[in-house]
Ligand binder design. Structure first.
Ligand SMILES: [Fe+2]
Ligand SMILES: [Fe+2]
Length: 335
């Protein structure tokens, strides 16, 4: 769990005088139970989906219950959030970033351990955060810090299902590494791409922590596709993990692009920006065997490539064997 400035979302919301989801800009109408089986799930629903729908017959006001529970979760590492805010400015000051990271001793220590691990292949020993920034640069240091922060947050979530947490973490890491691999085709920096993708499924962590008994088993259940899984989440919690992630990211005050990534990462890949890159990276992680939940229908890399907008399809380049091996190394090294 985060150790610096322990605080829950509810306290954060109170401090900002924000008392409801709509004041955070979360479109709760989109998750209201008007349409029990949305368009993405049109067609014959699986027996499991039908049973989930039947189980929801007697539910009341689940969206408010979900918001209430999400509001009680611990906030994301405050220093990491602040660093992301500083880095989203036009000319971030190295001294500001360095000072912020150093103000969280636990985060600094874990960042230095990671910077000196063979995984990152840095030359020489890095003994201070300032040195890390000089040697690695701001974006790469930020990427290490976010890896530490995300791992601690996800693995610290109170869940009764460690296997569900493990699958989630592996998927987030795989998606981040896939985004790094694909970044040149999108014309984006590798470290920026990695960091953007790392947090894309933070809503899963939120639902896992908010509903430890209910969401863990759901993540381990085989579904037809990821879209069916999102629809089941809407049935169970009146909010899928995309909407939950958007809500949390806005509550924590992370830069706006992270909220958009959370909200839209399961939409079809259109355009060429960072959201589109994360959409492709998430599917790429699934295709390589690092899905957050088991699905019967997972598009292959070739299918993913064929669905990309033409310019991206032409530039798309990925060696699946090498990337898979690299991800497996990172997973076993980071734990
Ligand atoms: Fe997702
Ligand atoms: Fe994903």
């Amino acid at each position: 769990m985060p150790t610096a400035e322990p605080e829950c979302n509810e306290a954060l919301l109170g401090r900002r005088h924000l008392i409801s989801a709509d004041k955070l800009g979360v479109d709760m109408a989109a998750s209201a139970p008007k349409e029990r089986v949305p368009a993405a799930c049109a067609g014959p629903a699986s027996p499991w989906l039908r049973s989930q729908a039947a189980a929801m017959e007697d539910t009341v006001d689940l969206s408010q219950q979900t918001v209430n529970r999400l509001c009680k979760l611990p906030v994301f590492r405050p220093v990491a959030t602040r660093v992301l805010q500083v880095l989203s400015q036009e000319s971030p000051e190295i001294a500001t970033v360095s000072g912020l990271i150093q103000s969280d001793a636990g985060l600094s220590a874990e960042l230095l351990t990671l910077a000196n691990s063979p995984l990152w292949g840095c030359e020489g020993t890095i003994r201070s955060v300032t040195r890390a920034i000089v040697v690695l640069g701001l974006q790469r240091t930020n990427r290490l810090m976010m890896t530490v922060a995300m791992r601690v947050y996800l693995k610290g979530c109170p869940s009764l299902h460690p296997e569900a947490v493990r699958r989630c973490w592996n998927h987030c890491l795989a998606c981040a590494m896939a985004a790094e691999e694909l970044a040149p085709a999108w014309g984006l920096g590798k470290d920026v791409a990695y960091t953007a993708a790392l947090l894309h499924d933070i809503g899963r962590a939120g639902l896992l922590a908010a509903f430890p008994k209910e969401y863990g088993p759901l993540l381990l259940e085989e579904v037809e596709s990821v879209l069916e899984a999102c629809n089941v989440e809407k049935l169970r919690f009146d909010m899928d993990h995309c909407r939950a992630g958007q809500f949390l990211v806005r509550t924590w005050g992370l830069p706006a692009e992270f909220a958009e990534i959370s909200a839209r990462h399961h939409e079809p890949v259109v355009g060429e920006g960072v959201v589109s890159l994360v959409q492709a990276a998430c599917q790429c992680a699934d295709a390589l065997g690092f899905a957050a939940m088991p699905a019967r229908r997972v598009p292959t890399l070739e299918e993913l490539r064929a669905r990309l907008p033409a310019p991206l399809e032409a530039r798309f380049s990925c060696d699946p064997g090498k990337l898979q091996e690299k991800i497996e190394r990172a997973i076993s090294s980071l734990g």
